[in-house]
Ligand binder design. Structure first.
Ligand code: AMP
Length: 327
């Protein structure tokens, strides 16, 4: 029997290279090895997106993104979080065994607090909703970027706590493992900080040629001249470029930096050409898929039914364990 993989992406604007290389590519690479459940985290997005058109458009966009990168709906169960209402029932149960100080230690909450942001209850409870998504489907592995590692730890703690309080010797919930590839755990954006919509430093995964050029041209460089040797591991242009290359092509580029003769302008042009070659077919595939949205909606509906039937069976066990199922 294959192990179970689960992960999701929020529909909060366009996906970017950080999402792709940090998480989505792993969904793709692992779709044959695992029984995969990949979802669109629409209720998670509601902590920030509170606009009907934006949210529903975002959902379709992420579905198109998943399909365009090559997720095969025959192999992967693709669904919307909101099609599994049982997740909120489980969230409530988990909320009741979770303490406030424990949630106050979450990085996302602490960051929001440090920035004096208005924090809604959804943001505070975000890790528990995510624990429910993960534990509901009995996930063994959760491919995520480094920024989400703590959330998988919250899911593990919650599983353990539930099993201890209600399990009566039985492990109702499995212990999920984060799956994080060291070399892509945090993809830098065009300013060197973590690539993220909120940092305004993204290269969209389905960027137009113009957007690619503009983003790459904005990458800061030092003042080394064309002929000076450059250390590739100190160059942000190289850090992004290396995501697209492997083997001899990557070694070639590294040598070009090291031996001198490669100016930053030319390094950027090489990056733009390789980004264009990587993104153009993805863009074309996404455009083709967007011409038949009813097929995309049907895939989500089928996926939702499958994920929900698993959730429903799981909740029967959970209700019985917590004592609301009176026999
Ligand atoms: P989100 O857009 O927050 O739903 O993130 C979707 C996935 O992309 C999560 O697994 C994140 O950990 C991952 N991710 C987002 N930004 C980056 C980044 N800059 N580097 C690596 N992974 C990232």
């Amino acid at each position: 029997m294959k192990k179970i993989l689960l992960s999701g992406v929020k529909p909060t604007g366009r996906v970017h290279l950080g999402n792709y290389f940090g998480a989505m590519k792993q969904f793709l690479d692992l779709q044959d090895k695992f029984e995969s459940y990949i979802f669109i985290a629409d209720y998670h997005a509601m902590t920030t997106v509170q606009n009907r058109e934006e949210l529903s458009q975002g959902i379709i966009d992420v579905a198109l993104d998943y399909l365009a990168i090559g997720l095969d709906p025959k192999k992967v169960c693709l669904f919307k979080q909101s099609d599994i209402p049982e997740v909120h029932e489980l969230t409530w149960i988990f909320n009741c065994i979770t303490t406030v100080p424990y949630l106050m230690r979450a990085h996302a909450f602490k960051d929001a607090e440090a920035k004096n942001k208005e924090i809604n209850v959804g943001i505070f409870d975000y890790p528990i909703l995510m624990a429910s998504d993960i534990l509901m489907q009995d996930a063994d592995v959760v491919p995520v970027g480094q920024d989400q590692k703590q959330h998988v730890e919250y899911a593990r703690d919650t599983a353990q706590k539930f099993n201890r309080i209600f399990g009566k010797g039985e492990d109702v919930f499995k212990m999920p493992e984060p799956f994080i590839l060291k070399e892509v755990e945090t993809i830098p954006g065009t300013d060197g900080k973590k690539m993220s919509k909120s940092n305004g430093n993204v290269i969209p995964l389905f960027a137009t040629s113009e957007e690619i050029k503009k983003a790459v041209m904005s990458i800061p460089t030092d003042s080394k001249g064309v002929d000076e040797p450059k250390n590739p591991s100190e160059s942000l242009i190289f850090a992004i470029h290396k995501l697209l290359l492997e083997g001899p092509k990557l070694a070639d580029l590294r040598t070009k930096y090291e031996k001198g003769g490669l100016g930053y302008k030319q390094a950027k042009e090489l990056l733009i050409a390789d980004l264009e070659a990587f993104i153009a077919p993805l863009r074309a595939k996404r455009d083709a898929l967007a011409r038949d949205l009813s097929a995309v909606k049907e895939i989500l509906k089928k996926g939702g039914e499958k994920a929900r039937s698993r959730a429903s069976a799981k909740m029967n066990v959970v209700r019985e364990k917590v004592g609301v199922e009176v026999k």
